[in-house]
Every structure is written in structure tokens, then in C-alpha cells.
Design a protein around this ligand. Sequence first.
Ligand code: AMP
Ligand code: ZN
Length: 468
Amino acid sequence: MKLFSSLSRTVDDFSPLHDVVRIYSCGPTVYNHAHIGNLSAYIFADILRRTFRLAGYSTKHVMNFTDVDDKTIRDSRAKYPDLDSTEALKKLTHYYEKVFLDEIAQVGNDNNAVDFVRATENIVDMQDLIRKLLAEGVAYLAEDGIYFSIAEYQKTRVYGRLSHIEIAADTRSRVDNDEYDKESAQDFALWKAQKDGEPAWDFDVDGKNFAGRPGWHIECSVMSVKNLGQPFDVHTGGVDLIFPHHENEIAQSTAGSQPAQYANFFVHNEHLLVDGKKMSKSAHNFYTLPDILAKDFDALDFRMLVLQSHYRSATNFSWDNLTAARNRRRNWRNVAELRHQTPDSGDDGQTEIVNNLLDEAAAALLNDIDTPNALKFLDQIVDIFTNHIDNLSHFALDNFIKFIDDNLGLDLCNCTSDITSAQYDFIKLRAVARDQKDWAKSDEIRDELLNQGIEIKDTNIGQIWARE
Ligand code: AMP
Ligand code: ZN
């Protein structure tokens, strides 16, 4: 399997460090709905894990919930002003965790294959790492928090291996905001002193209580290594996380006496754009899954849209693109529905052709998760089935459906269940009406089925139904 590494900036051969591929994905900040750009990042992480399995590996995949940071604190206090700030934080973040899990399941992610961990349940481990960094001189105390010293780190390691960022001339310039600008590296907060009314955790530093909360970067350093060991195989996230977030994770986890390597591969997805611009909450140009569902699209149409572009190219989101994705998915579903309707031809020749194309699709996925190319091979299979409905191998069709569900998560098997016996009775009645040349009745039945979301086509092997 080949994968682009943001560290080497080349497509490299992937081989796991252990028998199980260990993956960490930066998860959501749970203060609101994820926007569909965020969802595309999680769809990519899900596809990546499926591709490791396609390559024959088992996986351990961890994703965190950032359930304490500036935004979760700000919104929980605004929403629940009468609650204690820690309670308010818990209430808001637990609610949006559920929303998140539900939404990524709707877009086809397999949540059972992922271990979810909460930042607030790992504070003690974060404090342990901060104490270690203090003891080894790579971190220092300030009035408003505990900071990571880039200058100290640079004495034994190179800061900026991932992002190739410049180091600020004054390396002791500090930043307490987690998401700072990208011009230069600055000392960043590992721990933030409690501000008025904010939730805080006690932290014994040299016999004094430094109540506060962790910085965002230390959260991920700790939750990844605690669950996966160090180094682990693959770290994922969107390209916006390269700097400062992932760069700082690397620094914290490789400082002092820690191992020199944090994650073997960093894999970053490009952004989903709207009108050519990055979709973001701060720019107010984003859509959420409920926006898509409100326009009568299916969540899996959005997954198809994500799969239609390579993860390393920025994709423009538009309703036209989403419509194109829906049409493609509909074509695939209609082919999958043929398994209820056509006799099995048992045609081994067809199975061989289909399996060869599935091998090509697999090879595309294994070549740096080339989903658009994989989809082209699957379209060729769809064409074969569509043009041979009178001679269709069920074995080949089942292979096609299984490949898509296992590797692309489009839930094709479940979405294409058989119609009801009442609907089949209608279809039979229509056949009788047509034999009797009762076209009015035939049309009436066709319209009634259409009302139920079932479209009827007359073909050389009789009536074929397809869900809209
Ligand atoms: P956040 O909740 O902001 O930390 O973002 C969650 C994930 O979504 C991260 O992996 C981000 O890099 C990723 N992300 C943010 N915006 C976009 C976007 N427009 N397109 C794709 N991924 C994004
Ligand atoms: Zn992270």
C-alpha cells in the first residue's frame, strides 16, 4: 500500500510498525454541529482505515473529542448560565458528541471500528506529560499558564519538521490562543491558568496548585500515545491542522527524553470549499448535514461527493456536484436492486470480468486512496450489469456490492432491499393490464408505484423496478 506522507512529502510505501495498524484522528470540538468540511475529513479517515483492512491489516483507530477548549467553554457558559461551569461544559459537549456520532454514522462511517476518547477524561495524563516537560526544562511557568519552549526544544531536536515553518526571531514570544496564525512558530500553551468563572482542574506543580485546563495540542499528544503507544503508525486530520496543531503535537511528544518519532505517517486531507473558499464557521460560509437533508438529499450522496475527489485535492461543494453524486449513487443502487429481479445467469465469464475490475478498483485505493479512479472502475462494472440485465451473474453482483460496502461504506446492500409483496402484486397487475392493452390502467399503476418511490421500466426481460 502506498500513502502520501506529509512528513516526507512523497508517496511512500506503507508498512506497519506492529501487526496492527495504529491510527489517530483528530476529532471534533464538540460545541456545535460539524460542518460538511469537517465531515469530509472524518469520511476520509474512515476510508483510510477501510483501505488498511483491504490491504490485509487489522487496525486500532482512536479519535478524540475535544470537550474542553475556548469554544466549548464560551458556548456552554452562554447556553447554560445558571449551571456550574463544569456542569455546563459537560452538558453541552455530551450533547454534541451524540450529534456528531449520529451524523458521521449517517454519512456511512463505521463508528464500531473506532475508539472514541474524551480530553476531559485524560487530564491527569496530560498533567503528567506537562510535569515531565517542566522537569526536563522544555516547558516553563508563566503567570497565565505553562508554555512549551521552542528554543529549548531546538537544542536537541528540529522544530518544524512537518510544516517547515519559520521560527520567530524572538523565540520566547508566546501565544495562548490554540489556533494562532501561520507566519512563525511561537511558544505555545500546554496549560492555561483558570480565568474567572471557567471550569478548571487542580494541578499540583512544585507543591502549588496551578488550577486551569490543558491546551488543545497536549490533549492530542496524550490521547494518541496513551492509546496507541509511541511511535504509532498514522495520524490524520485536515491540512489546516499541520500547523500549529500537529507540529506542536510532534514537539511535545518528542521533547526531552521521549522517543524521537511521534507518528510514522501524517496524512492530511485537503479542504472542502464553498465558492472556491475554505468552508469555515468563522467565515459563516458553511453547510451542515441538516442543510443537505433539508434539500432532500441523502447523507450518503454527500459521502459519494467526497469520494469523487482525491483527498489531496480541494473539492468545491455545490448543489450541482451533490446532484451529480446522487445520480451516480442512484445508478449503483439500481444495479444492486437487480439482484431481486433477474434470474441468476451463473455466468462465470462475467464474474471474471467483474472481479478483474474490482481488483483494479482495489489497486486504486491501495495507491494513496485514489477514490476517483476506483469509482471509474466501479462505473465500468455498473455499465456491464446495466447492459446485460438478461444475463446477469448474481455472484458477480454480490461481489460488487460487498466491495462497495466494505471499502467505501456506501451501505449499498441495506439501501437496496427488496420491495414489498404488495408492490410486486401491483407490478403483476400492470403486466395483466398491458396484456389486455389497458394502457390507462397500466399508467395508473405505474403512477401509484411512482408515488411509493418505485419507478417501473419496461425492458426486454419484462418490468424492472428501481427506487428513485
Ligand atoms: P475542527 O473541529 O475545526 O478541529 O475540525 C475537525 C476536522 O475537520 C479537522 O481534521 C480539520 O482539519 C477538518 N476540516 C476543517 N475544515 C475543513 C474543510 N473545509 N474541509 C475539510 N476538512 C476540514
Ligand atoms: Zn488533534
